[in-house]
Design a protein around this ligand. Sequence first.
Ligand code: NFS
Ligand code: SF4
Length: 655
Amino acid sequence: MSTADMERRTVDPAAIEMLSAAEEAQILTAWDRYKAQQPQCKFGLTGICCRICIQGPCRIIPSRPGQDKGICGASAFTIVARNIVRYIVGGASAHSDHAREIAYTLLHTAEGHLKDYKITDSEKLKKIAERVGIATEGREIEEIGKDVAIKALEDFGKYDHDPCTWLNTTIDDERREKFKHTQITPTAIDRSITQLMHQTHVGTDADPVNIIFGGLQAALADLTGEYIATDLTDVLFGTPQPVLTEANLGVLDADKVNIAVHGHNPLLSQMVVYAARELEKEAVSAGAKGINLVGICCTGNEVLMREGIPTASNFSSQELVIMTGALDAMTMDVQCIAPAVKDMCNCFHTALITTSNISKVPGSVHIEFNDATAMESARKIVRIAIAQYGKRRPERVKIPQFKKQVVGGFSFEALMNLFGKINAENPISVLTDAIEAGEIKGVCAFAGCNNQKTVHDDPTLTIAKELAKKDVFLVSTGCTAGAFAKAGLLSSEGVEAYAGPGLKAFIKRLEEKSGLNAGLPLVYHMGSCVDNSRIAHLWTEMAKNMNIPIPQLPFVASAPEAMSEKAISIGSWVITMGIPCHVGVLPPLEGSELVYGVTTQIARDVFGGYYIFETDPEKAAQKLLDRLEKRAWKLRVHKAAAEKYDSTPDQGYEG
Ligand code: NFS
Ligand code: SF4
């Protein structure tokens, strides 16, 4: 395959090098399997294949009498709506189950049962406690921690009909009313998930709009879970602050024992960080120069944000980390771990270690991970990697020499610290003032995955560069942060290359005061996918400070390469919160004009947020920019009118 053909697969230079090597060695990767799957079934692609009962599959052909409905009589709109909201259920259950594990670990820690975990950020714990209505005055930190953990666990399955605490205490009054009025406020996460599975069972709900509103409730349950995960992880391991690190396959070190942490739950990866530090000497005794830990996907983001652990790859290029021949062990917890990594491990000396009893891969080593024996398991993992190092075949090691500097660690609190250097009284106003003054056009949040339906990393980078040029402030999570990291957009190199004059002036002003020993980045890495809660926190505070509802705020979101069910649940709460959300891959909605219209238009009328489906990155950038400019323009018009007539700005219009 020529280089030009390779560039149609990925724009990541390290991945291009590895894919050429794969081709030479005749090793198949996700790119080859994607090709082999073509053409994909049109019924599935447009959402009109129903497999909800075993009379099916029923496939809809609108023009053919009898086949214009499923056997039970379900119309295309019912089938498309049911299918799409079942993705939301999948996403909400993954995020919230992750959150539940963190909440249990905080509970066990606070009860004094765990020797390996502690409450690290007691300040944040107290703030959370006050927010959710738990007394802090004169109480031991462990007592507060226990009450907060129990309160969080109640959000999963409490029996009353009050809104979930983690949602209700983090949104603004306007959204609270909106969710109440549209009857989509979740009262318990598990309940929303179960109810939606029920609602979409054969012969239950046939009304597509009602099904979608059920889906939005599950999406808000997803947000609730994400908020719990972020909050309580910060309490256990610390709230991220700016860190300096690197990204791409060049972070692997041929002279060291290389271990990759892959998956999502930091309860494990954080312990592996500690164990790797502790056992450095054992690696040296085994002939290595030390231990080198790298991250993949979101558990990688978690340890990048808090510990400065470098990122090796994002979702699509995960197999290629093993293909370097330099990876001694890959440890995985849950979510987004392609089963293909095991096949790749079989071609090399790499040990694949599974750790969760709901996430196993045949043929791998399983080390059951639980919070009571966490460090013991983490040490076992590190020792397996050290033993594997001895089996490494140096002649097969091929590490592409590409890596970029990364400045990450921008939690909401870290961003406020940064803005606080300019205005300590009201940090958020530094951002909102710059928008009101027109110096920056607004904010775009990038989130989500890689998807073989796009050129790996390309749409994410193209849209971001385009928006940066037009002075949009950029934040990012998940695998989009991985793409930015590998391309140098999470460093000052990105500012020099792509920031428009307004954005550059804004960043430079912050940089002078930042006190960091590195320049500020173009894109602000806010964490893993559960940390999209940090982004919701950001827009909520911005709207409060500007005294406007969120749907009027010049804030947009983009998931240029969305892939997972989690991405769909995130996108769905993003639009529910009043934010326009671009998705660069068409989800299976086209089988129903009505459902498509609800997500792209009706949603706008009801919530102010809506989906923008656009597969062309240049056009997507333009559409996002149009939305920001329109919102900023309306804001100025209404503000000017209010000043002229000495009234308050109109609260009624949708941005
Ligand atoms: Ni998010 Fe993170 Fe990546 Fe997508 Fe998967 S790792 S939780 S789902 S693929 S961004
Ligand atoms: Fe077919 Fe209805 Fe069963 Fe779906 S639920 S598979 S449309 S009979």
